[in-house]
Write a protein of this length. Structure first.
Length: 369
């Protein structure tokens, strides 16, 4: 099948992640890509969801036409996997291809592109429940029928090849983050409202075991002075109070915050630390770089790919190594300034428009354009 270049590619784009209890980075990625594709003239995007009575949070509104199945999510996911029904082609207006943007793979008889962000449950079995393992393995199995599997990093590509996906099927397309204007007044308000007059070490994300917060808490606790600020929802029934106990009163746990407040915390922080054991990409690292906040993250992971040479990397299992890197940044203003400037420059090249451009190239390859 081929199409004239003047004909927009019509894509059915899964957006169901936006309604998950804790949407996480997969939802942010699906929305960021959908918005960037929607802004182009060579692509027409239709969102796909299950049946809902509510709308997603405002920052997860993709702003694209969306169609909903008559089935609720659990039934829809199970039916797609076990029965290959209901086929979404007619529901989505007979698009040219279907993009499973992360997680469940819709039933379709059309060309299929599937995004897999990571195989964390295989690398670290402790990060998922037994039910979660079964669900992730089902989705991985369903993704094998895709013409192309898109992943956000070389780290995930390596895991997919190890899982038996052929090299020609797997394509790396890094994620993006669009620039957000600094709000120094809100940043000052946040520091003042929490009594933060000393150095601030920031962590942003969904709290879960592979994020490695216990090591970060012990590392910051071993230093004299800085306060750890933990921003984001809890994805697991994890006792966060026990995790941060070593810090005493030198910790602020905000829970979920809106996008403006999240970005203001990047401006308020002196260093951003993200010592995850495994990530498919690590969007918070890229967001911190965009704000010019010096970054410390894990060596040998996808976040090191994101960071490049614009920050410091450490052994995420080594409390002393992590503490030493934080101490270096907080104790050397010239180093902090250099890292912040390098992060801004690198982040400027890693936008959602760049992600969309690379994704459209995958679509054209699948459709033989």
């Amino acid at each position: 099948m081929s199409f004239p270049r003047s004909s927009p590619i019509r894509v059915a784009h899964l957006l169901e992640q936006c309604w998950h209890r804790v949407p996480g980075g997969t939802a942010v990625a699906a929305v960021g890509l959908a918005r960037a594709l929607h802004a182009r003239t060579d692509v027409e995007v239709t969102g796909l969801t299950a049946r809902h009575r509510t709308v997603p949070p405002g920052h997860l509104d993709a702003g694209v036409p969306t169609v909903a199945s008559r089935l609720p999510r659990g039934v829809l996911y199970e039916s797609w996997h076990r029965l290959h029904r209901p086929v979404v082609d007619r529901l989505a207006g007979q698009p040219d291809l279907v993009h499973a943007t992360g997680g469940a793979v819709p039933a379709t008889d059309l060309p299929l592109v599937a995004t897999i962000h990571d195989l964390a449950w295989r690398r670290h079995p402790e990060v998922a429940t037994l039910r979660g393992h079964r669900m992730f393995e089902a989705w991985l199995s369903d993704a094998r029928r895709a013409a192309r599997v898109v992943c956000p990093s070389e780290a995930t590509r390596g895991d997919l090849l190890e899982a038996g996906f052929p090299e020609h099927q797997v394509v790396v397309v890094p994620l993006g983050a669009d620039p957000v204007a600094a709000d120094p007044e809100l940043a000052l308000q946040l520091r003042a409202s929490h009594g933060l007059d000393g150095p601030v070490v920031l962590w942003v994300g969904t709290v879960e075991p592979r994020k490695n917060l216990p090591v970060l808490a012990r590392a910051v606790a071993s230093l004299d002075g800085p306060t750890l600020v933990v921003v984001g929802p809890t994805g697991w029934r994890e006792d966060l109070s026990a995790v941060v106990a070593p810090l005493g009163d030198r910790v602020v746990v905000t829970g979920p915050v809106d996008e403006a407040v999240k970005h203001a915390w990047f401006d308020a922080a002196d260093v951003f630390c993200f010592p995850s054991l495994l990530e498919g990409f690590g969007l918070p690292v890229l967001e911190a770089m965009g704000h010019g906040t010096p970054v410390v993250t894990s060596a040998g992971t996808a976040t090191e790919e994101v960071l490049g040479d614009a920050g410091l990397t450490v052994d995420p299992a080594d409390v002393d190594d992590l503490a030493g890197a934080v101490r270096r940044v907080l104790g050397d203003s010239d180093l902090a300034e250099r890292l912040g400037a390098a992060g801004r420059l690198r982040a400027a090249t890693m936008t959602w428009d760049a992600t969309a451009e690379a994704t459209v190239s995958v679509y054209r390859e699948v459709l033989h354009q």
